[in-house]
Write a protein that binds this ligand. Structure first.
Ligand code: SF4
Length: 389
């Protein structure tokens, strides 16, 4: 059992380490071992903040014992999330595990080879590709010969000495399995360079696809079938009750239900402006925007109309907003300002993070303070009527 297993507990080696370890999960739970509290935190952070990183920031684990608690917290977290008896909670949990993992993978890939050591174990891109059986399905783009340099490679688009390739080619099957047109127009196969059964992707897009692979791996096998009130389920009952209570407390009393774009928080205005310029939003950006628009009470149709002149396509908007709009909404509170800052979506202008924990709370405050608020929906309906006359 090593720190890398703890860092990536869904890897096959980590699963083997858990299987080989002479520990019984029911006994650990009965003894209320540190892994149990960390598992509860893992699920709570996943559902509330979209990450499973420890709030204490104590990673990598500082001792063998910490690594063991961190690793064992993963299978216990899977049991906890199964006991929540909620498919959206499973989806959210899997997405949070994947988001955290891809952040760690990004950091690992950015680590200088010389700094890689046993004490701070890291993975390479080849390790991650092999883990998901993608080693033969993904290849870096060959560097372009640089005209006039006698065959030396161009460094602008390919891989030069000391540089990571900026583009890769991925076999079309895995591409279709791991990506979704709902991520934006540019992900549709018709909008992609496609040659000899391979699709061209940027390095960042490859990481998006790998995030989806992690998410699939985490979701696999969930929920476990556990008899309520018996064995490990009985031992975890109070932890599950705490999580359910937290979820219900996070249910909003009711959306603010007014659409006043001029009062939107800067993070959301920036995302809308980016989409209006025709630039694709990344999956976390698009999720944050959709969660916000649904959170303020917009229906899927209204969101589609609101985003009509942007890079967001109607089908993708419907897919995401319908998922967010039904009675599962309480499971999907908008990402917090902290999470959005981690994704680079929030720039905390004039330190206004001080006044709100998430964009919805900030918007509600601005609406409450405004003297007069005009609802975009009324203006839009009036414009529609005027056009039809
Ligand atoms: S502090 Fe919160 S509301 Fe403000 S820009 Fe950042 S994420 Fe948005």
């Amino acid at each position: 059992m090593d720190a890398l297993d703890a860092k990536y507990p869904f890897f096959a080696t980590a699963r083997e380490a858990v299987a080989d370890a002479a520990v019984s999960l029911p006994e650990l739970v009965a003894a209320d071992a540190p892994a149990v509290e960390r598992a509860r935190e893992r699920v709570e952070r996943a559902l509330m903040d979209g990450t499973v990183a420890s709030e204490s920031g104590a990673f990598p684990a500082e001792s063998e014992y910490d690594a063991q608690a961190e690793l064992l917290s993963y299978p216990i977290a899977r049991i906890l999330v199964s006991l929540l008896d909620s498919q959206p909670a499973i989806e959210k949990y899997a997405a949070a595990e994947a988001a955290t993992a891809i952040d760690r993978i990004r950091e690992d890939l950015a680590t200088d080879d010389e700094l890689r050591s046993v004490s701070t174990p890291t993975v390479t891109l080849d390790d991650v590709l092999a883990e998901f059986d993608l080693a033969d399905a993904v290849r870096p783009e060959s560097p372009r010969p640089n005209p006039g340099t006698g065959g030396a490679t161009a460094t602008g688009t390919g891989s030069g000495p000391g540089r990571d390739p900026e583009h890769y080619w991925i076999a079309v099957g895995p591409y279709l399995r791991l990506t979704s047109p709902s991520w934006g127009e540019s992900w549709r196969l018709v909008n992609r360079a496609l040659a000899d059964g391979e699709v061209r992707v940027s390095r960042e897009e490859l990481l998006d696809a790998l995030e989806a692979a992690v998410e699939d791996r985490v979701r696999e096998g969930l929920p476990f079938e556990l008899a309520a009130g018996e064995g490990i389920a009985a031992e975890l009952e109070s932890g599950v009750a705490d999580l359910k209570r937290l979820l219900s407390e996070r249910t909003y009393a009711g959306p603010v239900d007014v659409v006043a774009p001029e009062l939107f928080p800067p993070c959301m205005r920036n995302l809308i402006e980016k989409a209006e310029r025709g630039t694709d939003l990344s999956p976390p950006e698009s999720f944050a925007l959709m969660a916000f628009l649904v959170g303020i009470g917009m229906s899927p149709d209204e969101v589609v109309a609101f985003c009509a002149d942007t890079s967001l396509d109607a089908e993708g908007i419907r897919y995401q907003t319908e998922y967010l709009s039904d009675d599962r909404g309480s499971q999907y509170p908008p990402p917090t300002c902290e999470t959005l800052a981690n994704y680079g979506i929030c720039h905390n202008e004039e330190d206004h993070m001080q006044v709100a924990v998430d964009p919805l709370a900030y918007y509600e405050q601005r609406v409450a303070e405004a003297d007069e608020v005009t609802d975009w929906r009324e203006e839009n309906a009036a414009a529609g009527e005027a056009e039809s006359e």
